[in-house]
Design a protein around this ligand. Structure first.
Ligand SMILES: [Zn+2]
Length: 301
């Protein structure tokens, strides 16, 4: 196969990455909008505009913004129109971005993947960045909360528990562990880890308490107080429970003020301000492909 068509059909293989280490973003870019700006407002010749766009390296903000701005746009439609200039699909290019969290679980897989990428035409762009563990945790929690149905009785709490455990121990097969689970309980027996008993999943107290905290944090913006496996809890009640169960002592939390205690619990849960390296891999293949055909139209007049 010639190099270009090989590069076109190259498929990214994520199978070696731990669960949750890769987040995908997709946005559309309108080439008609860009060509108009370059050839109209900036007065560039189409050929120059073409090379400029080919070199275009979007920023992380442009690629991952929850709300895109011109010339980027998001659409769920199969044949969307550009919201700015009304152009049809053939003028749009799709940009897929994969955010890989660095760390010992994913570093080797990332290096191997990057090594395997086609490079002949800068089909892929790699941008490095950093974030705190805390901000990644809350971003994850927001994403999780959007998938939960808080009116679904205890169902969402089991889902939230599973999401949290998947994030915490990505190598465990949680689909299997959770198959048929109808209730999550505090274990009276275990000091760490979990065990299944029939349709119930028992968590050791430290894990159970962390799970309550995750449920509280996920639901507090959707309900009055937080909803947890222990029922609806205000912050005072949550802190009291954590104190009684020895969870605060175990983590060396001596604060009395409820907000300070919450802050410490969150710090403990998330790993606080420790930094995580982030690698954004941008798939530019559709951009390179589309810009060529769009330019051909421009050049033809
Ligand atoms: Zn447009």
């Amino acid at each position: 196969m010639p190099a270009t068509s090989k590069a076109k059909s190259f498929e990214l293989d994520w199978s070696a990455f731990p669960h949750g280490a890769v987040t995908e973003y997709t946005t559309q870019i309108c080439l008609a909008c860009i060509f108009d700006v370059f050839t109209g407002q900036l007065g560039l010749a189409p050929r120059t505009a073409y090379s400029e766009i080919k070199r275009h390296a979007p920023t992380i903000e442009e690629l991952t913004a929850p709300k895109a701005s011109r010339p980027y746009f998001d659409s769920e439609e199969k044949n969307p129109r550009c919201p700015y200039c009304n152009s049809a699909k053939r003028w749009h290019a799709r940009l897929d971005t994969y955010r890989i969290e660095g760390g010992k679980e994913s570093d080797a897989a990332r290096r191997a993947l990057i090594k395997s990428l086609p490079k002949s035409d800068e089909q892929f762009q790699l941008i490095e960045n950093k974030a705190t563990r805390r901000s990644l945790f809350f971003e994850w929690l927001d994403t999780l909360a959007r998938t939960l149905d808080f009116d679904d009785g205890d169902g969402w709490m089991i889902e939230a528990t599973r999401g949290f455990l998947e994030r915490r121990e990505p190598k465990t097969d949680w689909a299997e562990t959770f198959a048929g689970v109808r209730a999550v309980r505090r274990s009276q027996r275990l000091e760490e880890g979990w065990e299944r008993d029939g349709t119930r999943l028992f968590l050791a107290p430290p894990l159970y308490n962390d799970t309550l905290l995750v449920q509280y944090l996920a639901s507090r913006s959707h309900k009055h107080g937080g909803q947890t496996l222990e029922g609806r809890l205000t912050l005072v009640e949550l802190v009291r429970r954590m104190r009684w169960s020895g969870h605060l002592d175990a983590q060396g939390i001596t604060e009395r003020d409820q907000y300070e205690v919450l802050e410490k619990l969150v710090e403990h849960l998330t790993g606080a301000d420790g930094a995580v390296k982030l690698y954004y891999l941008v798939d530019r293949r559709d951009l390179l492909d589309k810009v060529k055909t769009v330019y051909a139209r421009y050049a033809a007049g």
